[in-house]
Design a protein around this ligand. Structure first.
Ligand SMILES: Nc1ncnc2c1ncn2[C@@H]1O[C@H](COP(=O)(O)OP(=O)(O)OP(=O)(O)O)[C@@H](O)[C@H]1O
Length: 657
């Protein structure tokens, strides 16, 4: 004997349920695990059970606050008769035995699971009510098929929606496009989007727009869909279960779908219709649109975040104006950058370590026609020579052990933009040959690939080495050098423009002040000390000295002794030309100065590479590579740390070694 439970008072989900004698017992309670979830404070988590036994329906009470049938408290269990009302707290459910319009049995379709079981359709919907056969639209295929297949016109509409949806630029456009597609394809009267995120700029969108003011989207359905995380498909007997004030009372059927992509639902999609119930196909169509909408909205949001991040980074990429200094040397440098930037040619930036070569490369990109394209920076000295080729040109999955997927090389990543090859002088001869081919406009082949590829990349290279000298000694390819130095820019070392020290110091001081939320100042003595120093580490060393003094100082006023500069001959008055510091190596050959600095740092730190790298203001990898090269020249680590003056490396003059 079939039966039906219908809500008459209070709140529960679902609000009506068909019972089958062969189905599972129906449980009632506050917990979401129950077949009927009671929204009532007085209900226990599992409060009662309705079950079929000996040809009759019964109710068994488990609740603390009791269950009543037509006013009588249930002790243990009692049999239910037609028309009786089961009351738990404020919830009143009427039982009707053998309802007059029994649901039409549908074979195989999960939407017609034993009707008193928790129903989850193929689309994972909680179906509250079967669609009576007389509500099928004329011309619909039999329910068996209807439940399973979208028709050609629906699939066409879906494809049309998807094709158009990828063009949508904003979440609002995409949402209205989806709502319109639903209204056009189904017989829905109203479709709405309701955000669950309080910070969503478009919290509610209703189509047609004329209905937006008059029809609120059901809060009850929203809560239900959000809590259950799946489609709620309601065909309520509205007059019975909804007060006339309820927003759904004007409709015959309603669907509410939680929109979620990778996490919790962030919105719900409401679709209401009048006259008759939605068909199974309607629900499937709406679910397909909802799924696409949810993912589309997430993609648009991610894109927005990336665009904001990108524009933030662009604003932080320096232009020529961000190169500080009013000296003739820096004015000339800025002019050269502005002249070179728009040209399509390769630029070779030369200068000592820390003098600002990377800053120049960034400014070249920022002022070029490729500014909208990517800027990819690679430090050729920091990548092991064996890996460099794969890094630059990419590799295919399986090209070598550890290559578990295709990897686009830096050239590919920089397509239509700029590739900045820092420390280009450190490239192996083999890599130089490959680089030459790409610069000559020829194709390259990723490691392990069978085909060649071409990219449109402008190369800006930088080096602190004397590449002409290296080319003469055969260490660097002459033909590559010619290609690289179509435009040459020399970045002057700081000792050639000491008049910029006060401005640079003020700039770095302002930066560190804003980072530390303090207001640092330099005393006159401190400024004199800065101006008297010869800065072998150039602007980078100046910056590091100021930052280190600031963060280590308890006071906002930084005096000379706060500056971590040793062996400086302090002069009485600031000078235009710097004094020679006693800790300078005798030779001014930049390669020799670097060797001397490495030797000194290694000795000072007792051979600790990490500490030495910190002192030298370079990465550990860079120092390792440089140590390796020194070793190739016959200067090993022991010699560096123990010998006073290894192989032509000048002995530091100061006494702290
Ligand atoms: N004229 C300048 N104005 C402002 N900041 C500068 C200037 N020159 C250099 N700097 C700063 O000094 C630091 C070192 O600069 P950069 O990294 O460009 O030097 P580099 O010559 O590329 O060094 P390396 O050869 O070691 O890579 C950076 O923090 C940079 O912002």
């Amino acid at each position: 004997m079939r039966a039906r439970l219908t809500l008459e008072g209070g709140d529960c989900v679902p609000s009506s349920l068909d019972l089958s004698p062969t189905g599972q017992p129906v449980t009632l309670g506050r917990s979401r695990d129950n077949t009927i979830v009671l929204r009532d404070e007085l209900a226990s988590r599992l409060h009662a059970k309705i079950y079929f036994e000996d040809g009759r329906w019964h109710v068994r009470d488990f609740g603390l606050n009791g269950t009543r049938v037509d006013g009588q408290r249930v002790n243990g269990s009692i049999e239910l008769a037609d028309g009786q009302r089961v009351r738990i707290g404020e919830v009143v459910l009427k039982i009707v035995l053998e309802p007059k319009t029994p649901p039409r049995p549908v074979k195989d379709a999960p939407a017609t699971m034993p009707v008193n079981a928790k129903t989850e359709g193929p689309h994972n919907a909680t179906k509250v009510h079967e669609i009576p056969p007389e509500r099928q639209a004329p011309g619909d295929p039999p329910p068996e098929q209807a439940a399973k297949q979208l028709r050609v016109d629906e699939l066409t509409a879906l494809c049309k929606f998807m094709t158009g949806a990828v063009e949508a630029k904003t979440p609002h456009d995409l949402t209205t496009f989806a709502l319109r597609a639903i209204l056009n394809q189904t017989a829905a009267k109203l479709a709405g989007y309701l955000s669950l995120d309080p910070e969503d700029p478009g919290p509610k969108i209703v189509m047609p727009e004329s209905a937006a003011i008059d029809v609120p989207l059901s809060r009850r359905l929203t809560v239900q869909a959000q809590a259950q995380g799946k489609t709620i498909w309601l065909f309520p007997e509205l007059s019975a279960s909804h007060p006339p004030t309820d927003s759904l009372s004007a409709f015959a059927d309603a669907i509410c779908i939680p929109l979620k992509a990778s996490g919790e639902p962030f919105a719900t999609l409401h679709v209401y219709r009048s006259g008759r119930a939605f068909s199974e196909r309607d629900v499937r169509f709406i679910e397909a649109v909802a799924g696409f909408l949810a993912h589309g909205l997430e993609i648009l949001r991610t894109r927005r975040t990336l665009e904001a991040e990108n524009s933030r980074l662009r604003t932080h990429t320096p232009a020529a104006d961000d190169i500080i200094g009013g000296s003739n040397a820096v004015i000339l440098l800025r002019q050269q950058i502005l002249r070179a930037a728009p040209q399509p040619f390769t630029v070779l930036v030369q200068g000592e370590s820390g003098s600002g070569k990377e800053l120049v490369a960034l400014a070249l990109h920022r002022n070029s026609r490729r500014t909208e394209g990517p800027l990819v920076v690679v430090n050729c000295a920091a990548i092991a020579p064996t890996l460099l080729e794969a890094e630059l040109f990419g590799y295919k999955k399986g090209a070598f052990s550890g290559a578990d997927r295709d990897h686009p090389g830096l050239f590919q990543q920089a397509d239509e933009g700029t590739l900045f090859l820092d420390e280009v002088g450190e490239l192996s001869l083999e890599c130089q040959a490959k680089l030459l081919r790409v610069i000559e406009g020829k194709a390259f082949r990723p490691v392990g690939a069978t085909g060649d590829m071409k990219v449109d990349v402008r190369i800006v290279a930088a080096t602190h080495r004397d590449l002409d000298k290296d080319a003469k000694s055969g260490r660097f390819r002459q033909d590559l050098l010619f290609r690289l130095k179509v435009i040459q820019i020399r970045v002057p070392p700081l000792r050639e423009h000491p008049e910029d020290i006060p401005e640079l110091a003020a700039f770095f001081l302002a930066k560190v002040s804003s980072e530390c939320r303090r207001n640092f100042k330099l005393t006159a003595a401190a400024m004199r000390k800065l101006q008297a120093h010869t800065w072998p580490g150039n602007v980078r060393q100046l910056r590091a000295a100021i930052e280190s003094a600031a963060v280590m100082s308890e006071s906002d006023t930084l005096d000379a002794d706060a500056l971590p500069l040793t062996g400086v001959t302090e002069l009485q008055t600031p000078v235009a030309v710097p004094a020679v510091s006693v800790d300078l190596p005798p030779s001014l050959d930049i390669v020799e100065i670097e060797k001397w600095a490495i030797c000194r740092a290694m000795r000072q730190t007792g051979g600790n590479v990490s500490h030495a790298a910190k002192l030298l203001n370079m990465s550990r990898d860079t120092l390792h590579n440089k140590l390796k090269k020194l070793k190739e020249e016959g200067i090993d680590r022991a010699m560096l740390t123990n010998t006073p003056a290894p192989l032509g490396v000048p002995e530091p003059v100061s006494t702290d070694a």
